[in-house]
Design a protein around this ligand. Structure first.
Ligand code: KIV
Ligand code: NA
Length: 266
């Protein structure tokens, strides 16, 4: 299988071919999604609240994410694997972003990195891409800035719409190969998508983005409770796993497991 490259994503945009992205944090998720033909896998800092049990994405560290990225790059043979730079590991300076990104490339074999932010991150994007590291940008609602943005809120309404277009164009000009847009009104996301030569990847950004992304535990129903409006549930893994665990527990208690076919003769 040939590895998906950033130029394929741009080609698909030109051909009007929409594509899916999913998060992945371990071997089996990476293998299954790769087999399903998902062309881009993101080892998100959402591992913070989907792997490590935190409430937000803020606490997760580079040292925690590196082994997850390594597992995914080892397991996905076709997908382009993007490592998300965690909070505090790149905002300080372009040099800091460079050092962090190099760690993900050298120690975990990442194919690209993602970072959150608009105009203030242009120098970071510029330095990384100049150094040969593909960068995916992320604008709109950026979870690492939750406290500055005043919680989970749609971004880019009203006057902020034109600013979002300008921001996206600046990130493209700095060298970004794609832009994630999170919780952006559909018409604004459509305008940004039209203004850019590079693909836009929406999450709560409507149907006109070039691509879509979801956190896999959300879309497969492993996470329970109220999901954001932009999540569509494609499976009930929580229910499936709960049933399996309960049935197993019952079988052990009753002696139904292990049966003769699971045991060894002398
Ligand atoms: O960390 C993450 O999962 C993300 C996607 C939702 C875009 O940044
Ligand atoms: Na993220």
């Amino acid at each position: 299988v040939k590895r998906v490259r950033t130029h394929h994503l741009r080609q698909w945009k030109n051909e009007g071919q929409k594509w899916p992205m999913l998060t992945a944090y371990d071997q089996y998720a990476a293998q299954v999604f790769d087999e399903a033909g998902i062309p881009v896998l993101l080892v998100g800092d959402s591992a913070s609240n989907n792997v490590f049990g935190n409430e937000t994405s803020l606490p997760v560290t580079v040292d925690e994410l590196i082994p997850l990225v390594r597992a995914v790059t080892r397991s996905a043979h076709r997908a382009l694997v993007v490592a998300d730079l965690p909070f505090g590991s790149y905002q300080g300076s372009p040099q800091q972003a460079f050092d962090t990104a190099v760690g993900f490339m050298k120690e975990a074999n990442a194919h690209a990195v993602k970072l959150e932010g608009g105009l203030p991150m242009v120098p970071q994007v510029q330095l990384l891409t100049d150094a040969g590291i593909p960068v995916m940008a992320h604008i709109g609602f950026t979870p690492q800035s939750e406290h500055n943005l005043g919680g989970y809120r749609v971004q880019g309404r009203g006057d902020a719409a034109q600013r979002m277009v300008d921001e996206a164009v600046a990130l493209q000009d700095a060298g970004a190969f794609a832009v994630v847009m999170e919780m952006v009104p559909s018409p604004v996301a459509a305008e940004v998508t039209k203004a850019l030569d590079i693909p836009t990847i929406g999450i709560g950004a409507g149907p006109d983005c070039d691509a879509q992304v979801l956190v896999w535990q959300d879309m497969m129903g492993l996470r329970t409770g109220k999901a954001p409006r932009f999540v569509k549930r494609y499976a009930d893994l929580h229910g499936t796993m709960l049933d399996a665990a309960r049935t197993y527990a019952e079988d052990v208690a009753t002696g139904a497991f292990p049966a003769p076919e699971h045991t060894f003769d002398s």
